[in-house]
Design a protein around this ligand. Structure first.
Ligand SMILES: [Zn+2]
Length: 210
């Protein structure tokens, strides 16, 4: 006996939980010849094909306006996801969403290099994980003295240098950057006196859009 799954439950888990959306997803599976009307179960061996058929056709998005707009521009049929964690743009995470917005804003401005000064080691690690390879990233410990030459080099290298206030950032370190950011370079330097990753990145996006 081959294993199978309940189609409704499987769709719900994949993000197609809202009744209307579930109906559309089911119709797509029937169209692809993977099931027919009235059948409630699907063999597990068909699941990869079912997944492919759905992702070729739909873009799941959460209620965030940016995610809705992104889904509509995807060239696929935009459908509202449930649960939120299945949003194909943000995965339901404020931090992940903030990273996507920052990466999009950077692309629009032709920026690819970012320096972040401050934050705790754990938060810097999380930030590096979230950004991955989407941007070139230099993370600076805000509690250790940074030679002024290094601060100048960071400002020369990056398109954007974030001074992450309200975190572990010593004045001695932030002053090195502030003192080095002269003339046009000053525009690269952004002081964000907020704590969380999402707020930090939102501050950066706001600056880029200005
Ligand atoms: Zn989303």
């Amino acid at each position: 006996m081959s294993a199978d799954v309940e189609i409704d439950a499987w769709l719900a888990e994949a993000g197609f939980a809202l009744p209307d959306v579930k109906r559309q997803a089911r119709a797509a599976l029937e169209e692809a010849g993977l099931t027919r009307p009235g059948k409630s179960r699907l063999s597990t061996e068909k699941l990869p094909r079912a997944q492919t058929a759905l992702s070729a056709r739909f873009f799941l998005h959460c209620a965030t306006p940016e995610c809705v707009a992104f889904a509509r521009a995807s060239g696929k049929q935009a459908v509202r996801c449930e649960p939120k964690s299945t949003c194909q743009r943000c995965g339901g995470s404020d931090n992940q969403r903030a990273v996507r917005e920052l990466v999009e804003a950077c692309r629009q401005r032709g920026a690819s290099r970012l320096v972040v000064v401050g934050g705790s080691p754990a938060v810097r690690e999380e930030l590096a994980r979230l950004i991955g390879t989407s941007l070139e990233l230099r993370l600076v410990d805000g509690t250790k003295a940074r030679p002024i030459e290094q601060a100048k080099a960071d400002l020369a290298w990056a398109e954007l240098v974030l001074l992450w206030g309200a975190t572990e950032l010593h004045h001695k370190v932030s002053n090195q950057y502030q003192d080095s950011a002269l003339g046009p370079v000053r525009k690269k330097l952004v002081h964000v006196p907020k704590r969380g990753i999402a707020q930090l990145l939102a501050g950066a996006v706001e600056h880029l859009r200005r």
